[in-house]
Design a protein around this ligand. Sequence first.
Ligand SMILES: Nc1ncnc2c1ncn2[C@@H]1O[C@H](COP(=O)(O)OP(=O)(O)O)[C@@H](O)[C@H]1O
Ligand SMILES: [Mg+2]
Length: 399
Amino acid sequence: MVAVVGGGQLARMMAPAAAELGVHLRVLVEDPTTAAAQVVVDAPVGAASDEEAIRALVTPGGASPGADVLTFEHEHVPNALLAALVDEGTPVRPGPAALVQAQDKIVMRRRLTELGIPCPRWAALPSDPDQARAALTEFLRATPGGEAVVKTARGGYDGKGVRVVAEATAADDWIDAHLAGGPELLVEDKVPFTRELAVLVARRPSGEVRTWPVVESVQRDGVCAEVIAPAPGLAPELAEQARAVAVQVAEGLDVTGVLAVEMFEVPERDGRGSGPAVLVNELAMRPHNSGHWTIDGAVTSQFEQHLRAVLDLPLGGTAPTARWTVMANVLGSTLERLTDALPELGARFPEARVNLYGKGVRPGRKLGHVNVSGEDLDEVRRRAVAAAALLRGESIEES
Ligand SMILES: Nc1ncnc2c1ncn2[C@@H]1O[C@H](COP(=O)(O)OP(=O)(O)O)[C@@H](O)[C@H]1O
Ligand SMILES: [Mg+2]
């Protein structure tokens, strides 16, 4: 039995993979209507921060089987509790020492810097507001483009804890909020990247590691809108470098399960003719939006691989099954029920692989995605984006 904390779409998409592997999945869901609760039979309700609920998830008692392993679909689980469970003999994968690197961007930057992993120039801001403003002003003075990116160390997602600033006062509210118990802050150079890449890697406790091809992720307003697999026109040496960096992170941080490494592709590492390079942006220790293409475009999906990895089973192949796969996210919709779009979508894009998460519609919310695979990238991309547009309730011209 695999116990999963978190009832969103990532846990939901583990369900078909668990069914295929014959693995019993038990998911701790926030309430009985979440994306995962709709499809997972064994879905107790409770908060990720609730010790009782986590303990009951792992050891339900009665005739129910205990968990072979505890894993996650998000990083927001109290670390002390996980450490206690490990001490008591429950396998927790990824383990708490690894997971903290994905919970806190300052801890992550510090560790990656120690490991010699290429990152943007960064600094943690002091907790005293005046010192924080002074440090930010100082940092901005040294940044090449005159702009920097301030981030909350914890709790951010989909660009919500990220702000581009040109002067220290632009972060005043966050700096003040920190003193009132808000998250710590860090600042980074605003990287003049050519595009954003991601490498998905899986690692099992016995050490086996596999990466999927490097993908390009297209972000809009800090949110992933499209993923192109593999990243078009990526120099083979750079692809090799990106995959090596991801493996180095997985091994250096002792990650088990699936790890997504978000990266920036930059034209120059050092501005002295060294050529293109990658810098690591952030880490997610779980299946990730940049890997949804693997459900339909790779031999083994990230969801199946995550289950295999946390169960310490041999990892599945990661080769793509098509020349190109494009994933387009459905972000918000004017439709009340996305399924109303299926007749037209199915008729116009029979090759499109639709995945809807069963979530209520809210502006900009990730409600589902579409994968399209094929030989001609422009065509594949156009059709994936058009199919996703139908699910957003837009009318489109031609197929
Ligand atoms: N140092 C940076 N330079 C330029 N853009 C950045 C930088 N950091 C983040 N961004 C942009 O903001 C997006 C979200 O930032 P990220 O740190 O990944 O936060 P989140 O946890 O919200 O995903 C990134 O995908 C990228 O587009
Ligand atoms: Mg991110």
